[in-house]
Write a protein that binds this ligand. Sequence first.
Ligand SMILES: NC(=O)c1ccc[n+]([C@@H]2O[C@H](COP(=O)([O-])OP(=O)(O)OC[C@H]3O[C@@H](n4cnc5c(N)ncnc54)[C@H](OP(=O)(O)O)[C@@H]3O)[C@@H](O)[C@H]2O)c1
Length: 320
Amino acid sequence: MYSRRTFLTTSALAAAGLGLAACRDVAQAGGATPSAAPARTAALPGPLNTRAIPSSGEKIPVIGMGTSGSFQVGNSAAELDPLREVLKRFFAAGATVIDTAPTYGVAEDVMGALLAEQGLTGRAWIATKLSGVTGREAGMAQFNDTLRRLKTDKVALLQVHNLGDLKTQMAVARELKAQGKVRYVGVTHYVERAQDELADVVQAEKPDFLQINYSVTSRGAEKRVLPLARDLGVAVLINRAFEDGKLFAQVKDKPVPEALTATGVTSWAQAFLKFALSHPAVTAVIPATGKPDRQSDNLLAGTGPDLTDAQRQALIAALA
Ligand SMILES: NC(=O)c1ccc[n+]([C@@H]2O[C@H](COP(=O)([O-])OP(=O)(O)OC[C@H]3O[C@@H](n4cnc5c(N)ncnc54)[C@H](OP(=O)(O)O)[C@@H]3O)[C@@H](O)[C@H]2O)c1
């Protein structure tokens, strides 16, 4: 699922003129400071909602963005210009949380270059991963490469991807946290069958964050892992709230239930994101898009009230 689009090399990005502008922000880079307040934008009816990370109290905006697929692009203007706009709208709305991984093809290179080019590196709250590596040296080497690719000297969150080489990579992440190169450590998965194991890991490791899949049609996380996160004070990022886009095909030609439109929900995307956000354990969602208008739509889900139980049930019924 991580190779949907063409990969390109860092040198190709540099050749496209992105490498030079990139150097400006390295010194100030490394994730938004805890005190950075989200800016209000005319495009949204109100400020983006924020939620606190239990282990620190730092507040982050509830709408973040993923990069799998969407930032795995080539170096033509036709591919990069929409992503520039996706990022502009994201930061203009006061959003900051960006999830990526060294194994998402060129996503880290593209993100690093575009953030630097727009002077946004220091405002981004970057979550990345230790991914597909075994052993301490390989984990450290991968992280150093990630910093180079993202054009920064620290990130906000470092997650052990899909529980791979868990003990060793968790120790690597904690070592980097102690060095100040990472503010938070976490674990991730993306399928329901792994959630019991994930819950055991969360119980044993008590990371700052966990990242899991949760959507209106995949509600398995409600059984154990989300309540556990709440009890232990672990922040939760939600991936695949659109089931990798498949939910939109399921509701094609159907109207958004009136129970939701009555409180200002104007699209299915907002409905799906608000569904994930209305679970009390959830801290933020990270939908991925390479399309500016879809980014604006997704950001709208971070304003206004959460869904009520009745609205959640109406949504579940509409997708049943
Ligand atoms: N830890 C893990 O193992 C793991 C696994 C999966 C994902 N993740 C993270 O979670 C992020 C999100 O997951 P995901 O990318 O798999 O799936 P997703 O966010 O559920 O869905 C992304 C898909 O939805 C489409 N989309 C986005 N916004 C839309 C809108 N407003 N209207 C209509 N379509 C829309 C996108 O297409 P367009 O781009 O064409 O708009 C894309 O095809 C990833 O990017 C990644 O950062 C982590």
